[in-house]
Design a protein around this ligand. Structure first.
Ligand SMILES: Cc1cc2nc3c(=O)[nH]c(=O)nc-3n(C[C@H](O)[C@H](O)[C@H](O)COP(=O)(O)OP(=O)(O)OC[C@H]3O[C@@H](n4cnc5c(N)ncnc54)[C@H](O)[C@@H]3O)c2cc1C
Length: 346
């Protein structure tokens, strides 16, 4: 808290992970903050619900990691990959990940922001510009067609799903499904799918998440009980990496760039981008630097932190989702490949 200095207020459009994490960090620094969120809390969202990598350090620095654990986050220690009926060995994650339902997580962050004195306008869509003092944290930029295909995501929670790894990634012909173990026996079943533009096939919704008969995924979900109220879908995903430098807006999280979901690192990037933005935005609020300077420093810090990871993530996603995935499982059988792929995308 800075006494005797009139702080310039900051507006944030978007109360998802990036917006709320930034709001919490700024409130901890005594900055007056308003977050505009088009939706409400709590609500289910299409997400693998698996937080891994450096975002965990940013959460700990804000005092949020312990709160996530108290709210029921569980640690994932291991991962397994499968293609059809073939499967890799169970691999130990280089560092445990945190798994928590977005239904709980986003509400927890919203409550924390309000408890710190933040002004949260839920159910209010920001329709203004992104000039001085306004941050865009409004999530993914929709893109109807990318590389000749439409990408869409589905998710549902289920119980009675056998398995021995904290995270399972099942690669399918047209995408992948992740199974992430949550608290109390629940498993998050979340998939990213590609539908080619010329394909006329009907979208079979939640059925797609079960995988084709004969696959390990199908076997895992054979006796699953689904929580229908948790089902959600999102379409028109843009999976393109973007640079922050040169933009006339201050953007964070998916609004800045989207890392391929298969890396399980989008939430981490959202949290990290907020944490990288904190010092320059707080300095702007205290009147120490101009908005243009603050925006430039945020962009340079985000580009510096994410450029290499985004490049490797795009390569990994291409390898996983290209039509010929037979070599992938072979690669994932190699402990060296697995550890390298994990660390290069984090
Ligand atoms: C299929 C799939 C699986 C994924 N799995 C994982 C995973 O396992 N691990 C992982 O780390 N990441 C995963 N991700 C990515 C992760 O969900 C996102 O990267 C993360 O949610 C980005 O956070 P954000 O705050 O930038 O955006 P969001 O969490 O999307 O928040 C943006 C918010 O802005 C609001 N909003 C939008 N426009 C406005 C406006 N004009 N005014 C006010 N509010 C507005 C929206 O309602 C929303 O609440 C996955 C994504 C997909 C699609």
């Amino acid at each position: 808290m800075t006494f005797g200095v009139k702080m310039v207020p900051i507006q944030i459009a978007g109360g998802g992970l990036a917006g709320l994490t930034l709001g919490i960090g700024l409130r901890q620094a005594g900055v007056p903050v308003t977050v505009f969120e088009a939706g409400g809390y709590p609500r289910h969202r299409v997400c693998g619900e698996f937080i891994a990598g450096r975002g965990l350090d940013a959460l700990a620095a804000l005092g949020l990691r312990a709160k996530f654990l108290k709210a029921g986050a569980v640690e994932a220690q291991t991962a397994l990959f499968s293609v059809g009926s073939a499967r890799s060995l169970i691999r130990r994650l280089p560092r445990p990940a945190l798994c928590l339902s977005r239904f709980i997580l986003d509400k927890l962050l919203a409550d924390e922001f309000v408890a710190l004195g933040g002004d949260l306008r839920a159910g209010t869509r920001w329709a203004g510009g992104f000039g001085e003092g306004t941050v865009r944290a409004s999530g993914r930029r929709p893109s109807q067609v990318q590389d000749g295909a439409v990408w869409f995501g589905l998710k549902i929670h289920a119980r009675n799903v056998p398995g021995d790894a904290g995270l399972e990634i099942h690669v399918l012909k047209n995408g992948y499904v992740g199974l992430c173990r949550l608290a109390d026996g629940w498993v998050n079943v979340c998939g990213l799918f590609r539908k080619d533009r010329q394909e006329q096939r009907e979208n079979r919704g939640a059925e797609l998440l079960r995988g084709p008969p004969g696959s390990l995924l199908h076997e895992r979900l054979a006796r699953a009980e689904f929580d229908e109220s948790s089902f959600c879908a999102v379409a028109g995903l843009s999976l393109k990496a973007e640079r922050a430098m040169g933009r006339a807006e201050c953007r964070l999280g998916d609004a800045l760039t989207m890392i391929p979901p298969v890396t399980g690192n989008g939430m981490s990037l959202a949290i990290e981008s907020a944490s990288l933005a904190l010092p320059p935005l707080a300095a702007f609020s205290r009147g120490e630097i101009s908005w243009v300077r603050a925006r430039g420093v945020v962009a340079a810090r985000c580009d510096g932190a994410f450029r290499r990871r985004l490049r490797w993530a795009a390569l990994l996603q291409h390898a996983m989702l290209s039509r010929g995935v037979s070599g992938l499982l072979m690669a994932l059988r190699s402990n060296w490949f697995w550890r390298t792929a994990f660390s290069l995308t984090r």
